[in-house]
Design a protein around this ligand. Structure first.
Ligand code: PLP
Length: 454
């Protein structure tokens, strides 16, 4: 099977994240060699539609020369500088201005990191620093949700609510309470409608705040639409209720926009789709289309003031990275955001949403599909062993992995999250591309029952 020397070297050298490593040693990696628009090609020349935009991130596709040019030009002019001790550089200043202009008007300040995980670690430290500065050091706990994904480092991984990311790492390592996942199909109770489900989740939030004491709770963090947990749109009224309860209890609201940000749901940011205004946003992925690693925390003036007033009194905000505000990454982000605007790629998500979501829903009658769901240009099919009872498969992840392998064979890359098949194509996708994605997904599902039975 493993005829190719690159694959042999990979197997001999690399620990791949999120991979069944012994199986990987037997089958070898899929070595992606080049990209062209929404397509990528492996080292044997086989073509695939990248139905997950890499890791939910390559908005402008895999061959945008303008981003290569922007990086090259900036590398020639100033390849690196940092933002410690009052230093700055032009692309990072311009990008901060741009992000403040794009995000809701209450968000007026930017802090840069290189990854979404670092951005979410940063908000933990920012909020703790702020509460220490305000003389309320006990206000430290976070509220998050089961199945939420906020990253993989010690603090962001603690906010993440996926057991596989906690197990064996002694996480959570910071004080966090994970509330019920707002996914009606899985967590709605017998006889409960969606409105009653929302009401139950909001009552749970109020009860947890009362139990823990609002004076000990710093912030609530959530993805507007949970993504890595399985693409789970929230029930109607959920976010308005969460925002109201957080405001009433002096709890900061953090919108993790690492996937939803920059038009994935058809609105510039996911919070706008669901009608809430956060105090802090974390951004990454589509900010550069992942051509360069970059993330940003965008936050309110009140938080900035609390930190700035006290940087003299209690010491500098002792947090930052070598690559915070990296000039090449921020120059690429500026060009990427210009391309998104000039080509109205956020409008593309609005225009194509109905076709994409209807394409996914067209599989709702398939015997293995329990739920077809999504919003904008992100969606998922949840595979189940019994459609009527919604019973999951005995061995979680086997059907998903088989589907993913057949998908590769059919020329479609998507992500199997357990037995949930997630799709999130580049924002440059066209109507005929979507038809082709749905066709390839259909062929994959046609072949799946036989593979599961084998
Ligand atoms: N937050 C969300 C919503 C994410 O989906 C991710 C990554 O998928 C992260 C944070 C972490 O980002 P990174 O992988 O860049 O650390």
């Amino acid at each position: 099977l493993i005829s190719n020397s690159l694959a042999v070297v990979d197997i001999a050298t690399t620990l791949h994240p999120n991979t069944n490593l012994r199986q990987h040693e037997r089958t070898g990696p899929l070595v992606i060699d080049r990209g062209d628009g929404i397509r990528v090609y492996d080292d044997r020349g086989k073509e695939y539609i990248e139905g997950l935009a890499g890791l939910w991130s390559v908005a402008v596709g895999f061959s945008e020369k303008r981003l290569a040019d922007a990086a090259y030009k900036q590398m020639l002019k100033l390849p690196y500088y940092h933002t410690f001790s009052s230093k700055a550089n032009e692309p990072s200043i311009r990008l901060a201005e741009k992000l403040i202009e794009m995000t809701p008007s209450n968000l007026t300040r930017v802090f840069y990191t290189s990854s979404g995980s670092e951005a979410n670690d940063t908000i933990v430290k920012m909020v703790w620093y702020m509460n220490n500065a305000l003389g309320r050091p006990q206000k430290k706990k976070f509220l998050a949700r089961t199945k939420g994904y906020h990253g993989i480092t010690i603090a962001s991984g603690s906010l993440t609510g996926l057991p596989g990311n906690h197990r064996d790492f002694d996480l959570p390592a910071i004080p966090v309470r994970h509330l019920t996942c707002p996914h009606f199909y899985r967590f709605g109770m017998e006889g409960e409608d969606e409105a009653a489900f929302t009401a139950r989740l909001l009552a749970e939030l109020e009860a947890v705040i009362a139990e823990e004491d609002a004076d000990t709770i710093a912030a609530f963090i959530g993805e507007p639409l949970m993504s890595a947990g399985g693409v789970l749109p929230p029930p109607a009224g959920y976010w308005e209720g969460v925002e109201r309860i957080c405001r009433a209890n002096d709890i900061l609201l953090v919108s993790d926009e690492v996937i939803c940000g920059f038009g994935r749901l058809g609105t510039p940011f996911g919070c706008q789709k669901y009608g809430f205004t956060p105090d802090i946003m974390t951004l990454s992925k589509q900010i550069t289309s992942s051509y360069m690693p970059l993330a940003a925390v965008v936050f309110s003036e009140a938080i900035y003031d609390a930190i700035a007033d006290n940087s003299e009194k209690i010491g500098n905000f002792g947090h930052g990275f070598t690559a915070s505000g990296h000039p090449v990454a921020t120059a690429v982000a500026l060009e990427n955001l210009a391309i998104i605007e000039e080509n109205d790629l956020m409008g593309n998500a609005v225009r194509l949403e109905a076709q994409f979501q209807a394409g996914l829903k067209s599989f709702a009658d398939h015997p293995l599909v329990g739920e077809a769901r999504g919003a904008g240009l992100i969606g998922a099919l949840e595979l189940v062993s019994d459609k009527n009872t919604r019973k999951p498969f005995e061995k979680i992840g086997r059907a998903g992995a088989l589907a993913s392998g057949i998908g590769h064979d059919e020329g479609l890359i998507f992500r199997a999250i357990g037995d949930q098949l997630a799709l999130c194509p580049p924002l440059i996708v066209t109507s005929s591309d979507i038809s082709e994605i749905i066709t390839r997904l259909g062929r994959t599902l046609d072949r799946l029952p036989a593979a599961i039975a084998a």
